[in-house]
Design a protein around this ligand. Structure first.
Ligand code: 13P
Length: 252
C-alpha cells in the first residue's frame, strides 16, 4: 500500500492579498514538514502566482487552484484554463466541489471535461463529491456517492485514475459545524474504496488517497485521520486560521 497522506486547505473566496501572504507565512513557519504528509493550499486564483513565489523550498507546500475551465483556450471570458495554471507551476486543481455543483450548476459532464483538461496539462486533481442531508436522512448516501463516482470516473482513461485524489465531502457537514463521526467517515471511505476496486482494481483502490472534508478542525482531525481509510482532510473554514490549520496538519 502506497497511499499519500494529505492535508489541504481550501481558502474558497476568502482573504485579500496581504491576508493570503500572512496566512502562508504563518503556515510555513508553524507546520511540520513530515515527508509523509503532503500539504496543499488552494488560494483564490488571483493570488496563486504570488503565493507560489513566496513559498520557501524547504517547507514543501504544494499549491492548487479551486477550479479550472472545461475548455482549452479561446473566447471564454472570465475562465482560467488548466494550461494557464500549469504555466504558473500550479500542482493541483479541485474539481466537483459541492459549491460548484450547487451555486454554478456544474454537472458530471463538465467535471469530466475539466479533469481531461487538467490531465492534459499534467495537473493532479482532487475530485470532490458527497451526499446532501436529504440523501443521508433517507439512507441514499451510498447510492448517491456511487453514482457521483461512476458518472465521472468511468468516462476517464483507466490509466490516468492514479492522477486523482478523492475527497468525500458530505454537503451536510460543509461549513455547518457538524462533522461526520469517525464511524460515518470510515464506513463511507471503505465503501468508496470498494467502488473503486469494482470499477478498476483492488490495487488502485488500495493506492488512491481519499480525503475527508466537512467541518474538520483541530478538535476532530486526529480521530478522523486515525481511521484506516481516511488519508487526510480537505479543510475549509479552519484552514483560514493559521494556528488551527497548523494543529490539523500537526495532528497527523
Ligand atoms: P469546511 O471545512 O468549512 O466545512 O469546508 C469544507 C470544504 O468545503 C473543503 O473543500
Amino acid at each position: 500500500m502506497n497511499r499519500k497522506k494529505i492535508v489541504a486547505g481550501n481558502w474558497k473566496m476568502n482573504t485579500n492579498f496581504n491576508e493570503a501572504l500572512e496566512l502562508l507565512n504563518f503556515i510555513q513557519i508553524n507546520s511540520t514538514t513530515s515527508p509523509q504528509v503532503e500539504k496543499i493550499l488552494f488560494p483564490p486564483f488571483a493570488f496563486i502566482k504570488s503565493i507560489k513565489d513566496a513559498l520557501s523550498i524547504t517547507n514543501n507546500i504544494k499549491i492548487g487552484a479551486q477550479n479550472c475551465s472545461e475548455f482549452n483556450s479561446g473566447a471564454y471570458t472570465g475562465e482560467v484554463s488548466a494550461d494557464m495554471l500549469k504555466s504558473i507551476s500550479c500542482d493541483y486543481v479541485l474539481v466537483g466541489h459541492s459549491e460548484r455543483r450547487r451555486y454554478f450548476n456544474e454537472t458530471s459532464e463538465q467535471f469530466i471535461l475539466k479533469i481531461e483538461q487538467a490531465l492534459l496539462a499534467d495537473l493532479k486533481i482532487i475530485f470532490c463529491f458527497g451526499e446532501n442531508l436529504e440523501h443521508r436522512k433517507s439512507n441514499f448516501h451510498f447510492k448517491i456517492v456511487k453514482t457521483q463516482l461512476n458518472e465521472v470516473l468511468s468516462r476517464l482513461p483507466k490509466d490516468k485514475i492514479n492522477q486523482l485524489v478523492l475527497a468525500y465531502e458530505p454537503v451536510w457537514a460543509i461549513g455547518t459545524g457538524e462533522t461526520a463521526s469517525p464511524v460515518q467517515a470510515q464506513e463511507m471511505h471503505l465503501y468508496i474504496r470498494t467502488v473503486i476496486a469494482q470499477m478498476f482494481s483492488e490495487e488502485l483502490a488500495q493506492n488512491i488517497s481519499i480525503l475527508y472534508g466537512g467541518s474538520c478542525n483541530s478538535q476532530n482531525a486526529k480521530e478522523l485521520f486515525d481511521c484506516p481509510d481516511v488519508d487526510g482532510g480537505l479543510i475549509g473554514g479552519a484552514s483560514l486560521i493559521g494556528p488551527e490549520f497548523c494543529k490539523i496538519i500537526n495532528s497527523f
